[in-house]
Design a protein around this ligand. Structure first.
Ligand SMILES: *Cc1c(COP(=O)(O)O)cnc(C)c1O
Length: 543
């Protein structure tokens, strides 16, 4: 029997064969393995074609809800996957895909991921993850040290201590932020006298006991939407996440933050947490963390820093100071699957105080017993994969100076791109990069001149048309499939705080060259000329 026939009949023998390692891999799978291990970029380039099909068309390839009654040969199914799935996938690792935080991965990740999946360790408990549990604790220790720079003896005392945790590894920034706020909530509304704590008795009784009229979470208007989700899940309510206005550099206005804290205190609403953003998702700016730490101290509340995107900047000695004050945070979120080039599913939160996670401790009889070192007693998620291994491997293989080079290059490339935009008369830089993110739009020189002198009404008319033109160009560019930038809407001070549609660029792929950046602008310029309505109207309006 050939290996091709391994699974096409649902018999006990065939199924047994599926779970035993084949002597020779199935030919199609074998070919894919060989291709991706020898030339992943080539494989992706050959198989992912720019697809002009609309999403609703692609949905037709995934239309049946029936679970197959007939098994498939592995090779047949693999062909199906290549055809329908791979070929229509988004080429996130392409150097001209500069629109999102999901980018290229180092080549060694692929074989190591296979090792991780093969071992299939479950990090929830030691019984299924001996070796991986200490490894994950070490990774949390390394990331904690990156933020807080405590002493060697601090890490020797706490890194492997059963009743402490320097942090929690999780699937991403969303769960990391939720975990941080969960810890903050449970520590604030802890057991007290007859009251058994919010974890046991719930929010309503907790507020009654402590005599608060409500809780609030304060973050700049650039805060990530995961904070609202967290407030929702924790029973605090989305409306309790209060957006504080930002200054012209997209950083939280500390004066307004302080006034809000005072106003809430006067109404007996307790601030659960002040959250600083270190690298906003839309513009990449960093809040004045040190000043925010002062305010959190003054109002006695938890200070969390959402550094999901920007946290990796701490690996750069040159730019680390941009995060000044982060070491005063009670908790910090960092996504390894963003600027640390680890695949998705690698987020983490670290806590300044290794004892603070006791507030969310959970036990069960068959696992997570009291005093055990099971990681699951301090994580929201239960079963979890050994992703920490990929962070561990990357930190060793790339090393801190290697990461520093990557981070520095990204930031400096963003500055170069900003200069390029500034130098072109037909483009307007909207937000200057602090990290490796920037926003801009296409605005013909003549239109820029008109905008500068127009009254508020005509400014509005011009901007409304520009919004449509930006959207037109961005969609065309995506459909062309040569390059990709994303788009978002942000308030622009010089247009009286109007929300303007802009291109958003994230320059994290080390292979994105200066030539590619120049080409992207040239392509956008050409695409703009294809607009049969917006551009002609704009030019006519501003003659
Ligand atoms: C990406 C991001 C998040 C969410 O992280 P996920 O990994 O997507 O869950 C939260 N905050 C900021 C600032 C981010 O950039």
């Amino acid at each position: 029997m050939t290996t091709e026939k391994r699974a096409a009949t649902a018999t006990p023998e065939a199924l047994h064969r599926i779970f035993t390692i084949p002597e020779a891999p199935d030919s199609t799978l074998g070919r894919i393995e060989k291709e991706i291990s020898e030339n992943l970029a080539g494989f992706l380039g050959n198989h992912i074609a720019a697809t002009e099909r609309a999403l609703t068309d692609i949905e037709k390839d995934f239309a049946s809800s029936a679970i197959p009654e007939q098994p498939s040969f592995v090779s047949d199914h693999t062909h199906h996957l290549l055809d329908k799935l791979v070929s229509q996938s988004v080429h996130t690792s392409s150097p001209s895909f500069i629109g999102h935080m999901t980018s290229a991965l180092p080549y060694f990740i692929l074989p190591l991921s296979k090792l991780m999946v093969g071992l299939n360790q479950n990090l929830v408990k030691i019984e299924t993850s001996k070796a991986f549990t200490p490894l994950e604790r070490q990774v949390l220790g390394m990331m904690h040290r990156l933020v807080y720079q405590d002493s060697e003896s601090f890490y020797q005392s706490w890194m492997h201590s059963a009743n402490h945790s320097l942090g929690a590894f999780c699937s991403g920034g969303t769960i990391a932020n939720l975990t941080a706020l969960w810890v903050a909530r449970n520590n604030l509304l802890k057991a007290d006298g007859n009251f058994k704590g919010v974890a046991r008795e719930g929010l309503f009784k907790a507020l009654m006991h402590y005599g608060y009229q409500g809780l609030a979470i304060l973050v700049s208007e650039r805060g990530h939407y995961s904070l609202k989700k967290s407030a929702d899940v924790l029973g605090i309510g989305q409306d309790s996440v209060i957006a504080i206005p930002t200054d012209e550099n997209n950083k939280i206005d500390c004066q307004l933050l302080k006034e809000k804290c005072q106003a809430l205190a006067n109404k007996n609403i307790k601030v659960l947490s002040i959250i600083g953003v270190a690298g906003t998702t839309e513009t990449g700016n960093v809040d004045p963390l040190n000043d925010m730490a002062d305010i959190a101290q003054e109002f006695q509340c938890h200070f969390h820093v959402d550094a999901a995107w920007g946290g990796a900047t701490l690996l750069s000695n040159k730019y680390r100071s941009l995060m000044h004050g982060i070491e005063r945070a009670d908790s910090v979120t960092i996504d390894a699957h963003k600027q640390m080039y680890v695949p998705m599913g690698a987020g983490l939160v670290v806590f300044k105080n290794p004892a603070s996670v006791a507030a969310i401790e959970h036990h069960a009889e068959y696992i997570l017993r009291k005093g055990s070192k099971d990681l699951g007693s301090h994580t929201l998620e239960g079963s979890r994969s050994g992703m920490a291994m990929l962070v561990y491997a990357s930190l060793h293989i790339i090393s801190r100076p290697g990461y520093e080079m990557l981070i520095n290059h990204s930031i400096e490339k963003a500055h170069h791109f900003a200069d390029l935009i500034d130098a072109r008369a037909d483009f307007e830089l909207v937000t200057r990069p602090e990290l490796c993110l920037l926003t801009y739009r296409y605005v013909p020189a003549q239109v820029q001149d008109a905008l500068n002198t127009a009254d508020e009404n005509s400014q509005e008319d011009i901007n409304a048309l520009l919004d449509q033109l930006t959207k037109f160009i961005q969609k065309r560019q995506r459909e062309n499939g040569i390059s990709f930038v994303s788009r978002t809407r942000i308030e622009v001070a010089k247009y009286n705080g109007r929300k303007v549609l802009v291109f958003r660029v994230v320059l994290a792929n080390p292979l994105t060259s200066k030539a590619i950046l120049a080409d992207i602008l040239t392509e956008q310029l050409a695409l703009a000329q294809e607009s049969k309505t917006f551009l002609p109207q704009l030019l006519e309006m501003t003659q």
